[in-house]
Structures are given as C-alpha cells and as structure tokens.
Design a protein around this ligand. Structure first.
Ligand SMILES: *[C@@H]1O[C@H](CO)[C@@H](O)[C@H](O)[C@H]1NC(C)=O
Ligand SMILES: *[C@@H]1O[C@H](CO)[C@@H](O)[C@H](O)[C@H]1NC(C)=O
Ligand SMILES: *[C@@H]1O[C@H](CO)[C@@H](O)[C@H](O)[C@H]1NC(C)=O
Length: 397
C-alpha cells in the first residue's frame, strides 16, 4: 500500500492565497493564528502539551502535515495505490463563499482540474482521477451548489462538477447517499504526542467527578418556534441543578476549548442537537472528555463516520432520543437519561474513552508508542485507500 503526493505546486498556490487573505473574511475575526503548528493552532497556554486552540476548518493543513510522515508515502506515482492532493479546498473556497469570487462559485475546482491534467497528465490518466483523494474541511453542503451559474444558492460547485466526479473527498459531514465524499471526524483541541500524555488525560477523564446529569455547548439564541435546541434550553432552565449550558453564541467558543471542556468533564451526558447542519464538532470534544453523547437524529453521527465508529457501535456508547419526541413534549431528555443505570453508564463511558484515539488527530511527530495506535488520520487514509480499491475493481468489470 502506498500513497503518492502530487508536486507541491498546488499546495503552494493555496497556501499563498491563504496567507494573504486570512483576515479578509467575515466568519472569522482573523484565522491567521489558527494556521500555526501546521493547523493545530496555538497551544491553549504556554505550558500545555496536548491542548491547542484548533479550528476544524484547518484540518486540511493538519492532514497535509501528517501525510508527510506517513510511512507508505512514495514519490514514484507508478507505485502509488492512491494519490493525495495537498490542495486546501475549504480555505481556497473562502473566496467563492465570502469573497471576490462569490459570483463564480460554480467554477471552484476547475483550476485544480486543469492543473492536474496539465502538470503530470499521466498521473490523472492512469485511472481518470479515480485514485485521487483530498480533504475538504467543511460540510459537503458547502461544495454542493448546482452549477447553474445564475441561480443564487449557497456553496461552491466543487462536488457537482463532472470534471471532478471521480475524486474522493474527505469532508466534515457528508450528504445522504454521497458519491464522492466520506465524512471524517472534526478535529478537537486535543492532540497528544505520546502514549503517556494520552493515558494521563484518559485517566483524568475516567476519574472526573461528574455532578451534572447533562450539558449542552452551542448556540442557544434560537428561533421562537418549537425546535430541539429551544426545548433543550427550556429543560435546562427548569432543571438547572441537573443541566449546564455553555452559550457559544457569536463564536465565543472558537479557539477557547477551556470554556466547554471543563463543563464536559463534570457532566455525565453531552447533548448534541443538530444546528445548521447535523454533525457537531462538539460530539468529539465531549467524547474526549468521557461525556456520553446524546443524539437526536441518525444523521448526526451513525450515518456519517463509518470508517471511525461503525454504525453498530453507537448503541454501546451513546444515547439516542428522537427529536420529534422531545419537540412534541412526549419525553423529557433528563428523564430518559436518569433511566440509564449506573452500570450501563459506566460501560458506555468506558467505550467512549476506548474510542477517543480513533476520533482524535494526534500531533505530528508523535512518539513511536503513540504511532502504533491508529488515530483519526490513519483510519481516514486507510478508508480512502479501501474505497479507491473498491472503485477501481468495480469499474474494471
Ligand atoms: C507565552 O510565552 C511567550 C514567549 O515566551 C510570551 O511572549 C507570552 O506572553 C506567553 N504567553 C502567556 C499567556 O503567558
Ligand atoms: C456579484 O453579483 C451581484 C449581482 O450581479 C453584484 O451586485 C455583486 O457586486 C457581485 N459581487 C462581486 C464580488 O463581484
Ligand atoms: C471518470 O471516470 C470514468 C470511468 O473511468 C471516465 O470514463 C471519465 O472520463 C472520468 N472523468 C474524468 C473527468 O476524467
């Protein structure tokens, strides 16, 4: 098994774009600081070893850095089973989503395509791009705009272009029945570099005193109609002794993991209601803290991250409460959770903690001991290679 990497040019181009425009976009005050440490962001404070102020949209940088130390990397594309494109798709997409190219968002990806066809055409032509993969560190929805140029619609058309239909894209959330993309976990702020650091953190999470029944971290300033977040907010106001809310409205939690990690460590269950999209980074933050996730729809996890957590494993490590039941006031979340026995809760927490490394991106340059455990990056690359093999086999019949 081997992974090739195309010439560094495309990476360089996107890096330059990124450096010159990182304070241009309204969504982040300024994302330049998040670029440091190869996309892990700055350390949470000077003495911290494993904790960083990580922005999930920087996963493209994290992935690229990790790829450089991947043991099966080859410069000889003829030997490669798969070709990794170090193109920072989500970062480059900012100019189409929010910037000067907003009116040509249907052409996002065409430059990359032309580059691949002209730079070393033999690499693309081996399999018509079906062995190429890349990371797009945003939900697939952001790249699924119908390419009709005149319609006002959100997103770029990267995943809709016939030129790019053969690529495999790793996104933070996938569409139902996706063809090109597969979801990978959002990075959390935890990036241990040795087994000792990992184990001491897990011991802390295991021993944490959990006074809260449940918690929710996210934006709570939601509309007035009945919806899941509003129900959760109401329930937490009524049962303040059992429930803690970390209000992340206005992006105040971005880059400030301490704000919610402390609360997750003292809570038994972490509520993960869908927001604008079904998947939440908070799910993985909570798991790192040993806080058992509570989902309200299947799209939030079970249908997304099969390479990292198999669909059948969720029953043993999470609680599922149907959104309609809560919104229709037929069940109260606290009641469901109080119905989970202590033994069952302990078993679930242990399963969650066993999963932590599978949904965590360890720091580049980690110790040999930690490298022997597969992390979210390793599982994503293995999954991509498996998928590419299947496609090549399937299509040759
Ligand atoms: C961290 O260390 C740097 C360099 O030594 C220093 O400039 C900075 O003020 C320190 N930050 C904090 C929060 O202590
Ligand atoms: C995009 O098109 C709209 C409508 O034609 C126009 O008002 C706007 O200025 C254009 N934006 C840019 C950045 O060119
Ligand atoms: C995608 O793959 C199919 C099957 O090999 C091929 O016919 C098609 O030309 C490819 N598309 C591009 C843009 O290379």
């Amino acid at each position: 098994m081997a992974v090739g990497s195309t010439s560094e040019t495309s990476h360089l181009v996107s890096t330059l774009i990124c450096w010159s425009h990182c304070s241009d976009y309204p969504i982040y005050r300024d994302f330049c600081p998040y670029i440091t440490n190869h996309g892990l962001g700055p350390r949470t404070f000077n003495g911290s070893h494993s904790w960083y102020r990580t922005h999930p949209h920087m996963l493209e940088l994290v992935f690229h850095r990790r790829m450089l130390e991947y043991p099966c990397l080859t410069a000889d594309s003829a030997r490669a089973d798969a070709v990794f494109l170090p193109y920072y798709a989500g970062i480059d997409a900012l100019r189409y989503l929010y910037g000067r190219d907003v009116n040509s968002s249907a052409s996002h990806g065409l430059d990359l395509y032309r580059f691949l066809r002209s730079e070393k055409p033999e690499i693309w032509e081996r399999n018509n791009g079906r062995d190429h993969f890349l990371v797009m560190a945003r939900p697939a929805w952001d790249f699924s705009r119908p390419p009709a140029p005149d319609q006002p619609a959100w997103g770029t058309s990267f995943l809709q272009l016939p030129e790019l239909v053969n690529l495999t894209a790793l996104t933070l959330e996938s569409r139902p029945s996706p063809w090109q993309e597969h979801a990978v976990p959002s990075p959390t702020s935890f990036h241990p570099a040795s087994l000792r650091r990992l184990e001491s953190w897990l011991a802390r999470a295991r021993q944490a005193r959990r006074a809260n029944l449940m918690m929710f971290a996210g934006s709570v300033g939601v509309g007035s109609g009945p919806n899941i977040r509003r129900m959760i907010r109401d329930e937490c106001e009524e049962e303040a002794a059992e429930c803690e809310v970390v209000d992340c409205s206005g992006g105040v939690c971005d880059g400030d993991p301490i704000r919610y990690m402390r609360v997750m460590l003292r809570s038994r269950f972490c509520l993960q209601p869908a927001g604008d999209t079904a998947v939440r980074r908070s799910t993985f933050d909570g798991m790192v803290a040993g806080c058992i996730p509570v989902f309200f729809e299947e799209r939030s996890a079970a249908e997304q991250f099969g390479w990292h957590v198999e669909e059948g494993e969720y029953g043993g490590l999470s609680v599922y409460v149907r959104k309609e039941e809560v919104v229709g006031r037929r069940v109260r979340v606290a009641e469901v959770l109080n119905g989970v026995s202590r033994e069952e809760e302990m078993r679930m927490r242990e399963r969650v903690l066993e999963m932590v490394m599978r949904v965590t991106y360890r720091r580049h340059g980690s110790s040999v001991g930690l490298r022997s455990i597969k992390d979210a990056f390793d599982l994503a690359v293995e999954g991509s290679i498996r998928r590419i093999k299947e496609r090549l086999t399937f299509q040759s019949y």
